[in-house]
Write a protein that binds this ligand. Structure first.
Ligand code: UD1
Ligand code: CA
Length: 457
């Protein structure tokens, strides 16, 4: 792409009335990211500078969401229409000369290549304005492209369209390439004499054409890219399309998805070959899963790193945990932030871990809580081991060195350190440090009263 100067304006000021929500439309999440993050990423991929976002409804919330991005915000105080919204961006672009790519905050499925092709057609035609169009089976709700012969003549909004015009299936995607400053000059001539009393950006097509400027309508191939999100039905439909793309890419790259339609993977997730993902798994955020792993049904993994050959059994929840190779987790285990498994570990059913570093080959197979702890290698925690890490005010640490064997139903009252190769008898409450190679035991001796039950009856 050899366009010299390319800026982007993203329209995101509308309330999104049809969402019926307190949350601005462009912040509604689609597969783990707010709607408007998609055009923002597109602008980044295309190397646009500057990226201008027109905000209006709940400005603070929208700006805060994108505070870390290289975006210039402009405030459209009253939402007087898409033409007015673009006009507002003049504040930032008054010294800019070149092509402006106009994107909508509510059109998330566009591919970079599609826009690239439109920009190339725009440049090679020497167009003043180009619009991206699509042929839709059901064009309801969209502006229609009225052509005269092969050339675009104007765009008519559904609410202003005649019965004849409503039959047109070629629609306006709301995406344009505009030569600036010319486009701003044309915008000055917009009127709001239409069904909605708004300044329509769509009218720029007829304005440019009647004044002798070149106008191009590029039609995209994959209609699904054109989808605009106006209500929650379309939000769910777009999410399904986005997931289909993500899941397709994983399968082609060597990951088995037993049922891709019910597998929920954010596009930031990386998965190695020969890993098998069962239905109903949710893989979110900055998660990396190695090769040859299994993730069973109902598992939620958020921002974790999982080593090769690991097996995550049904119903487990993992968050900000780092798992070495050959980890076996669950079913129904809960790995919370700060969990680090060094490799060949087993964390079994109903085990919860938090801020816990667990050495190689160490295991906790049943009903256990490990929090604020450091375990060495080859440690075996019996069923029902609990680190009592919190005294109601502060958190304290439990250290269990290499080779320790902990009998079932043991509590460690932190801070406490258990020396290497020692053994803790079942049912103990450990309040003091235990030296290496020792046996520690804290339980009252068993009493047996012969014949007691018989006498009771
Ligand atoms: C618009 C187009 C329509 C097209 C459709 C594609 C116009 C007049 N109509 O209709 O031809 O088929 O998109 O999805 O352009 N916005 C502002 N400020 C405003 C008004 C809107 O920033 O004053 C933003 C909205 O937040 C949204 C985008 O512009 O991101 C589109 O606005 P919306 O009201 O959804 O337009 P549509 O009715 O969908
Ligand atoms: Ca829309």
């Amino acid at each position: 792409m050899s366009i010299q100067e390319l800026a982007t304006v993203i329209l995101a000021a509308g309330k999104g009335t049809r969402m019926k929500s307190d949350c601005p439309k462009v912040l509604h999440p689609l597969v783990g990211k707010p709607l408007a993050a998609y055009p923002v990423r597109l602008a980044q991929e295309l190397g646009c500078s500057p990226t201008v976002m027109v905000v209006g409804h709940q400005v603070e919330r929208v700006q805060q969401q994108f505070a870390d991005e290289d975006i210039v915000f402009v405030h459209q105080e009253q939402q007087l229409g898409t033409g007015h919204a673009f006009q507002i961006s003049h504040q930032v672009l008054k010294d800019f000369s070149g092509t402006v790519l106009l994107l909508c905050g509510d059109v998330p499925l566009l591919r970079c290549q599609t826009i690239d092709e439109m920009l190339q057609a725009h440049a090679s035609a020497g167009a003043a304005v180009s619009v991206l169009t699509a042929n839709m089976e059901d064009p309801r709700g969209y502006g229609r492209i009225v052509r005269s012969g092969a050339e675009i003549e104007h765009i008519v909004e559904e609410k202003d369209a005649s019965a004849e015009e409503k039959k047109i299936t070629e629609i306006n995607t709301g995406i344009y390439a505009l030569e600036v400053p010319l486009a701003f000059e044309l915008l000055g001539q917009l009127s709001n004499d239409n069904a909605q009393g708004e300044y329509y950006l769509t009218d720029i097509i007829a304005l440019a054409r009647t004044q002798g400027y070149k106008v191009v309508a590029s039609t995209l191939d994959d209609v699904s890219e054109a989808m605009g999100i106006n209500d929650r039905v379309q939000l769910a439909q777009a999410a399904a399309i986005m997931r289909e793309r993500i899941n397709y890419a994983h399968m082609v790259a060597g990951v088995t998805l037993i049922d891709p339609a019910t597998t929920y993977i954010d596009d930031s997730v990386k998965i190695g070959v020969d890993t098998v993902i069962y239905p109903g798994a949710h893989l979110r955020g900055n998660t990396t899963i190695g090769s040859n792993c299994v993730v069973e049904t109902g598992v939620v993994i958020d921002s974790c790193s999982i080593g090769n050959d690991s097996y995550i059994k049904a119903g487990s929840a993992l968050e900000e945990a780092d798992l070495g190779e050959h980890s076996t987790i669950g079913p129904m285990a809960h790995l919370r932030p700060g969990t680090v498994l060094c490799g060949n570990n087993k964390i079994g059913n109903f085990v919860e871990t938090k801020k816990a570093v667990i050495g190689e080959r160490s295991q906790a197979s049943h009903l256990t809580y490990i929090g604020d702890a450091e375990l060495g290698r080859d440690v075996n925690l019996g069923c029902g081991t609990i680190t009592c890490n919190y005294d109601g005010v502060n958190k304290h640490k439990t250290v269990i060195e290499d080779g320790v064997f902990v009998g079932s139903d043991t509590q460690f009252i932190a801070p406490v350190t258990i020396g290497r190769n020692s053994l803790i008898g079942a049912g103990s409450t450990i309040t003091k440090d235990v030296p290496a190679d020792a046996l520690a035991l804290s339980r009252s001796e068993q009493k047996v009263i012969a014949g007691w039950c018989k006498r009771k009856k």
